[in-house]
Design a binder for this molecule. Structure first.
Ligand SMILES: [Zn+2]
Length: 173
């Protein structure tokens, strides 16, 4: 699958700027979502945040095995005390994997593509994917969760500049 959207790789300032809230999901947002979904599949990702393709709006798309969906203006309104670790990859950081410790369960509130306000309890992989994508929309990346030792091991890769890879990972978003 091809896409006209260009994946932004680590070093691009778009990835570090918090995205703007969407006032309402209108035709422009719907068009963007329609373009982001095939782009996510083309990049072989589980999720894709708009600022990963240079659009600084609080929108992400994901497919956690039950088909694609869009999430607009997501907020985490509750987190569990229990945290779990998952090795995460990121489309914008090819070749880098970080064991990220995050709350195991979260409650989220967001707008759907149809402007419906949704609240949901998430657990397992969906909880991790939402947190990974919400991090993106806040300008945060998986390396921000890495230990000093892990960061030292990435230093060479990061300074050499990253190039998109094709390796399939469990969760890459
Ligand atoms: Zn990512």
């Amino acid at each position: 699958m091809t896409t006209r959207l260009k994946l932004r790789i680590y070093g691009d300032p778009c990835l570090r700027r918090p995205a703007r809230a969407v006032l309402a999901v209108g035709p422009a947002e719907k068009l963007l979502i329609r373009e982001m979904i095939p782009a996510m599949y083309a990049f072989d990702g589980t999720g894709l945040a708009a600022n990963q393709v240079g659009i600084e709006e609080k929108i992400f798309v994901a497919d956690i095995g039950e088909g694609p969906f869009a999430v607009i203006n997501p907020e985490i309104i509750r987190v569990s005390e229990k945290k779990t670790v998952l090795e995460e990859g990121c489309l914008s950081l090819p070749g880098i994997h970080v064991k990220v410790k995050r709350p195991a369960d979260i409650r989220v509130r967001y707008l759907s593509e149809r402007n419906e306000l949704i609240e949901a309890e998430l657990t397992g992989i969906p909880a991790k994917v939402f947190q990974h994508e919400i991090d993106h929309l806040n300008g945060c990346l998986i390396i921000d969760h890495a230990s000093k030792a892990a960061m030292d091991s990435f230093a060479e890769k990061l300074s050499a500049g990253l190039v998109p890879a094709r390796k399939k990972e469990k969760v890459r978003a």
